[in-house]
Design a protein around this ligand. Structure first.
Ligand code: GDP
Length: 282
């Protein structure tokens, strides 16, 4: 069972993010490309007001490319700027800057009309833990790190980091907690490593994974685990028992479960996306 988990300090975090949102022109909302829906927290929708945002689907290297494209198309249809990223291995800094400039075109035009040359665009990264906020921040700022010091109205110890040209980022990302509305979301978050393993039963998690792969990525399951067509048709719990025997771990179902989970997380079972595009859900 997935344990509900809302640490008390998260309310404080929410208020702090709300304060810091006032300081930026645009928000970079980082989500996990494997979980474009489950790795969001709707609290951001409540506090963002009408501030423009760019949704970054990070860890795209681990996600199913077809579904990543489907999500980008979906966001595009909703007129929501978005980009898919593999921040760990690639540097799409220029693309992020371009999309920021496109989104703030009206504001930039106004600066230019008024002859303001040294305008600054301020932004911050926000997202649940482990989605890659710090990685993206570091990539955006790169070696150009220049702490520009506290500005009036900025929370104490809050610094702006200078990215190239006229882009500045708040030095600490806004951390939202994952919103575990139902067990499915909890399992998805746990499977991708976004919440701690202590919060879930590992066998339940592996059974969830096996079922998902049976339904969505059966070819991969077949080849990676050398299953027969008949074995592929087993119920997910029987399949876990089968794998336990096959791997010779002597009825240690938890150990077999751990192996399945590791295989999913390390990409040994291929690229995957756990959230389908659901209309009317940003
Ligand atoms: P934060 O908690 O949101 O700041 O996340 P981090 O930036 O600390 O990243 C969490 C983990 O994900 C680290 O181990 C990163 O190396 C890894 N990571 C970040 N971006 C990517 C990515 O695009 N692809 C993959 N595969 N791993 C990533």
């Amino acid at each position: 069972m997935v344990v509900q988990w809302y640490p008390g300090h998260m309310n404080k975090a929410k208020n702090q993010i709300q304060e810091r949102l006032k300081l930026v022109d645009i928000v970079l909302e980082i989500r996990d490309a494997r979980l474009p829906l489950s790795s969001r927290n709707p609290v951001l929708d409540q506090i963002i007001n009408n501030k423009p945002r760019i949704i970054i689907l990070n860890k795209a290297d681990l996600a199913d490319p077809k579904l990543t494209q489907a999500w980008l198309d979906y966001f595009n249809n909703q007129k929501q700027p978005s980009i898919a990223l593999d921040a760990q291995h690639h540097n799409k800094l220029q693309q992020i800057r371009t999309i920021i400039e496109q989104t703030l075109q009206a504001k930039i035009n106004k600066y230019q009309r008024n002859g303001v040359k040294n305008y600054v665009i301020r932004t911050m990264c926000i997202g649940i833990p482990n989605v890659g906020k710090s990685t993206i921040l570091n990539k955006l700022v790169g070696k150009n790190i220049a702490v520009t010091g506290n500005k009036p109205g900025v929370t104490k110890n809050q610094n702006w980091l200078k990215a190239k040209n006229n882009l500045e980022l708040l030095d600490t990302p806004g951390v939202l907690w994952p919103k575990i509305e139902d067990e499915q979301i909890g399992l998805k978050l746990a499977l991708s490593g976004a919440v701690k393993d202590q919060l879930v039963n590992l066998e339940d998690l592996a059974i969830f994974a096996l079922q998902f792969w049976q339904q969505n990525y059966s070819d991969l399951l077949l080849t990676k685990y050398h299953l027969s067509e008949a074995e592929l048709q087993l119920t997910p719990s029987d399949l876990l028992i089968h794998l336990t025997n096959k791997w010779g771990v002597q009825e240690d179902y938890e150990r077999a479960a751990q192996r399945v989970i590791q295989d999913v997380r390390q990409g040994n079972l291929g690229q995957y996306t756990l959230d389908e595009v659901v209309n009317d859900q940003l």
